[in-house]
Design a protein around this ligand. Structure first.
Ligand SMILES: [Zn+2]
Length: 234
């Protein structure tokens, strides 16, 4: 025979299980949203990094161009001076300066070409990052909206289940409820079935002869002498 409180406790346990699951889902919901927000953040960062890299290279190119310009001006000046000197040694000295300025311009132009290649690469990288971001951001945002809606749905459901728990608690007698609560605070489920082999479903250990007899008779609310859960003979 089953103790009269068993049926009510099983109902309470079932609702409590739902409540605990919902509470845990609600607790983890913001983490799921944060994870998606983090993805958006990382993608935005990638595009910002690509943009910064591009900007830096363009600045570098401008500096080289300025340097080329001033070296060309110097070169022009040497050439004018050279056309005006009469002495051979002065003419040759200027010729050397002209040659080294031309060499410097050549090196700068080569450097500029390298930077231009880097700019092309950075532009491709930027375009790719931008495309990824645009493709993904809409997905991420709709995922967040779904998660927020789900979160709200869970909260509504929890309110209903809490009401059901309260209702189930009302029908359990005070002593049985106190015992249940004491067990439930440290372990779940708080009430377990025992089958033919006298094995407690909660801890999977064999219960004592006395506990088995109590569970079978159902005169008192029996407990497992291994784990302390309320037991009932199935
Ligand atoms: Zn047990």
């Amino acid at each position: 025979m089953r103790h009269p409180a068993v049926e009510k406790l099983l109902i309470l346990q079932d609702r409590d299980t739902k409540r605990i699951q919902l509470e845990s889902d609600i607790k983890s919901a913001p983490d799921a949203i944060r994870a998606v927000e983090e993805k958006i953040h990382l993608e935005k960062k990638e595009i910002e990094d690509a943009r910064a890299e591009l900007r830096e290279l363009e600045t570098k190119k401008k500096l080289i161009e300025t340097e080329i310009g001033s070296t060309q001006a110097t070169l022009g000046k040497y050439k004018t001076q050279q056309s005006m000197v009469r002495k051979n040694d002065e003419y040759q000295a200027l010729g050397q300066q002209i040659a080294s300025a031309e060499e410097a311009i050549g090196a700068l132009e080569e450097k500029e070409l390298g930077v231009m290649f880097e700019i092309d690469e950075a532009k491709l990288k930027f375009a790719a990052a931008e495309k990824v971001l645009k493709d993904n951001i809409a997905d991420h945002e709709s995922r967040i909206a779904t998660l927020r809606e789900h979160e709200k749905h869970l909260a509504d459901e929890l309110a209903v289940v809490r009401g059901e728990v309260a209702k189930a608690r009302e029908s359990v007698d005070v002593l049985a409820l106190r015992l249940y609560d004491r067990i439930a605070t440290r372990t779940q489920p708080a009430i377990s079935a025992v089958h033919g082999g006298a094995i407690c479903d909660g801890c999977h250990l064999k219960i004592s002869g006395e506990a088995e007899s109590n569970a079978r008779k159902g005169e008192v609310l029996a407990t497992c002498d291994q784990c302390g859960r309320i037991i009932w003979w199935d």
